[in-house]
Design a protein around this ligand. Structure first.
Ligand code: AP5
Length: 194
């Protein structure tokens, strides 16, 4: 079984950007690591069933449907984790119409044995600006206070996941214009193993 490194953070904080930097380095080193985007698996399943047209609609689906897609996605990802170490690009909490909802409820945690949890964080003001600058996405408009609250809730949920799995929690700051520092910090923790 490969290791699963959970990488989470509020939408637009730069998870994918940081993971891409980490992947460049681990590929150079010839390590067998895959970047797996949880949302891509959910989107593929939702598109097949004609439930959504794009990824930003997933979190607006009724919760029972999201739950079904979530478990199916986790089952597919668990197969990949049998062969590879996985950097799992996902969310500790999804902000749904019904409130904060766990990205890794018990059923998913049983399928995906977490090794480390990386929480990518940044200044809420920078996150709001990054979201506005990302024209390819239909991001929900959130005030800085709401982004701050979401980051705090993510920390709390990450600790709950750690209690269930024994994984460690590491906060990685992705400061404005300093992606390389975040990449370096994450690589160091991955190399430490354990
Ligand atoms: P997902 O695919 O994860 O989309 P997202 O949440 O909208 O987040 P992104 O991945 O697009 O943003 P990011 O944080 O990676 O930022 P990026 O690197 O692009 O999820 C899609 C959907 O799937 C979810 O909404 C949910 O419905 C569902 N889902 C996923 N996991 C689930 C689960 N476990 N259970 C249930 N549902 C689930 O960067 C953004 C911008 O910032 C870019 O323009 C970038 O250039 C810029 N930037 C990044 N870092 C910096 C920096 N340091 N300085 C300046 N600019 C920066």
């Amino acid at each position: 079984m490969g290791r699963i490194y959970l990488v989470a953070g509020v939408p637009g904080v730069g998870k994918t950007t940081v993971i891409n930097g980490v992947m460049e380095q681990v590929k150079r080193e010839g390590l067998k690591v895959k970047h797996v985007v949880f949302g891509d698996f959910m989107l593929k399943l939702a598109l097949e069933r004609k439930l959504v047209k794009h990824r930003d609609e997933i979190r607006k689906l009724p919760l029972d449907l999201q739950r079904e897609l979530q478990v199916k996605a986790a089952e597919e990802i668990a197969k990949i984790a049998k062969e590879y170490d996985v950097l799992l690009d996902t969310h500790c909490l999804i902000k749904t119409r019904e409130g904060f909802w766990p990205g890794l409820p018990e059923r998913v945690l049983r399928l995906l044995k977490l090794d480390k949890i990386f929480l990518i964080e940044a200044d809420p003001k920078d996150i709001a600006a990054r979201r506005l600058g990302d024209k390819a996405r239909e991001r929900d408009l959130e005030a800085e206070e709401e982004i701050k609250e979401h980051q705090l809730m993510n920390r709390l949920s990450a600790l709950v996941y750690a209690v269930f799995t024994g994984a460690s929690v590491n906060v990685i700051r992705n400061e404005q214009g300093k992606v390389n520092e975040a990449v370096k910090a994450m690589l160091e923790l991955i190399r430490k193993g354990g």
